[in-house]
Design a protein around this ligand. Structure first.
Ligand SMILES: NC(=O)c1ccc[n+]([C@@H]2O[C@H](COP(=O)([O-])OP(=O)(O)OC[C@H]3O[C@@H](n4cnc5c(N)ncnc54)[C@H](OP(=O)(O)O)[C@@H]3O)[C@@H](O)[C@H]2O)c1
Length: 494
């Protein structure tokens, strides 16, 4: 176990009830139920805590049990009989009929019983793990059924967690937001982007805050450019229906912008969520969505060669599976530093990382010798979780030769300790149970994301003449045009 130094802030989830709507779905089975079990296994669940799963599918006790078992096994858990039955005891199922008032009455009565039995004081987290079209009517009925508490009431709380996509367009997102706001306040809505729950992403800010060496050089005097990479090895994995409506840009833009913000925002004065969000907002206000000309010149969209042969994909599908682009940040810290992004499916690589590339040396002998970019900070987010810093040193021996070297901070070196870390979803659930919105997205960020995305999708509506859809071989890291995007600036993808 490594020693912690000086500052150690622990998030303590409050005793509460967790109500999962859409509990029979893919997200619930793959992520949320395993995260709830993980919190219990790692002893980080609230002291008093119950789980109510709800969906329209009828499910008896044994049906629920086999679903829970299947979900945990698929997520890699092999629960002991004791831990599984302890989890089962906390968990019950209720068949939902979201359109009937009677359902909300039954729900209210049941929650009152569960509150009393578990020692919970009307503190409830509602997770809406269902298609977004259902959010607004359900939240409205929760409100009219007296299940959403007054946000000013300190004795109890009700919070709502929702997942992307937040609408299907800029207008759709604004209308969803307005609809939710008629029943719930911004402080009650927790919008998830699970990338913000990842350890290395949080460590970007921790390192920047605690180590002066970073902050002093984290700017356009020292940094040449930034690269953000979100490459997936897999293709569609049977999700053609979802992806054909979505496309890579819409699927990934929130993750990309969150990684950019955490890398480049100014540090907040405190770790309070309000300060953090204010700084993040300031960062986004310095990023201007690309205009049509910039989309054409500074972005490359592409599709992997085998995409149209995937089951469920239209034979002439224009949907992109790869996107690379360049953008800038218009503030004193970053003006002049290009941010290059690439994201794609079926690239032969599973790699999510942020690279901060420092300028080349321009003193002494290096005025005349190009040794590339010796200093790069790399934050590996997945699948590896480590941080490396590359530098150049003298090669041992009688001659003065230079060798590239790398220092590595391995995040999971202490395997035993690492197993007790919360996963991204576990961490996000704890934060929501604690009432800390730092890792969740504000309605401003959602609006910004849609504005930024719309500049791409709006240009692409003009068809291949306005912006070509390139092709890349399955299992390769994007088309040659993506490499050219950096090449014409005298740079290359790392
Ligand atoms: N799956 C993922 O990996 C993923 C990733 C990111 C974001 N999300 C988002 O997370 C949410 C849930 O995703 P999902 O993939 O689990 O969705 P899903 O499988 O399509 O739906 C989840 C459950 O919602 C219920 N449902 C379906 N249509 C409904 C309706 N009109 N009204 C009320 N309930 C309905 C169904 O259960 P019953 O019929 O039993 O009620 C279904 O099992 C969505 O908003 C999705 O966009 C999912």
């Amino acid at each position: 176990m490594q020693e912690t130094l000086g500052f150690c802030q622990e998030t303590r989830p409050e005793s509460c009830g967790f109500i999962l709507f859409g509990a029979t779905g893919d997200l619930a089975g793959r992520k949320i139920i395993p995260a709830l079990f993980g919190l219990c296994e790692k002893n980080i669940a609230p002291k008093n805590f119950y789980i109510l799963l709800a969906a329209r599918t009828p499910l008896d006790r044994s049906g629920l049990e086999s679903r829970l078992r299947a979900s945990l096994t698929k997520a890699g858990f092999t629960p002991s009989p004791e831990s599984f039955s302890a989890f089962q005891e906390r968990t019950e199922y209720m068949q939902a009929d979201y359109e009937s008032e009677d359902f909300y009455k039954r729900l209210s009565l049941r929650l009152a019983v569960l509150d009393a039995r578990s020692g919970v004081k009307k503190k409830r987290l509602f997770y809406l793990a269902m298609p977004p079209a259902a959010f607004e009517p359900i939240v409205g009925r929760l409100k009219s059924g007296g299940l959403l508490s007054d946000p000013e009431d300190c004795s109890c709380w009700s919070r709502l967690i929702i997942e992307k996509p937040y609408g299907a367009s800029l207008e759709g997102a604004a209308s969803l937001d307005a609809g939710l706001k008629t029943s719930a306040s911004e402080s009650q809505v927790y919008r998830i982007d699970h990338f913000t729950g990842k350890e290395t992403v949080q460590n970007v800010l921790a390192l920047r805050s605690a180590n002066r060496v970073f902050e002093a050089t984290w700017n356009n005097r020292f940094v040449d450019h930034v690269q953000i990479t979100v490459l997936e090895e897999l293709g569609l994995e049977g999700r053609a229906n979802f992806f054909e409506h979505m496309g890579l840009a819409q699927d990934m833009m929130s993750h990309i912008l969150q990684l950019a913000a955490i890398t480049a925002m100014d540090l907040p004065a405190t770790f309070r969520d309000t300060d953090f969000k204010a700084e993040k907002k300031r960062f986004f206000e310095s990023v201007h969505p690309l205009d049509r000309e910039a989309v054409v010149k500074q972005s490359v969209r592409a599709q992997y060669a085998g995409y149209r042969a995937e089951p469920g994909v239209a034979p002439a599908s224009p949907v992109e599976t790869f996107l690379a682009f360049k953008f800038g940040v218009d503030n004193d810290r970053w003006r002049g530093v290009p941010f290059y992004v690439r994201a794609g499916k079926k690239t032969g690589l599973k790699k999510t990382r942020i690279d901060l590339v420092y300028k080349k040396p321009d003193l002494g002998i290096f005025k005349h010798i190009d040794i590339g970019y010796p200093n790069v900070f790399t934050f590996n987010i997945q699948p590896d979780e480590d941080i490396t810093f590359s530098l150049v040193s003298k090669h041992p021996g009688p001659k003065l030769c230079f060798t590239p070297r790398s220092m590595r901070l391995d995040y999971r070196a202490d395997v035993k300790e690492a197993q007790s870390y919360p996963t991204d979803y576990e961490r996000l659930l704890i934060e929501a149970m604690s009432g800390d919105q730092t890792l969740f997205l504000s309605s401003f960020e959602i609006r910004f994301m849609w504005e930024f995305l719309s500049s791409f999708t709006g240009t692409w509506k003009g068809g291949p003449q306005a912006s070509p859809l390139y092709s890349y071989a399955d299992g390769t890291a994007g088309p040659a045009e993506a490499a050219d995007l950096l090449k014409k600036d005298g740079r290359a993808w790392l």
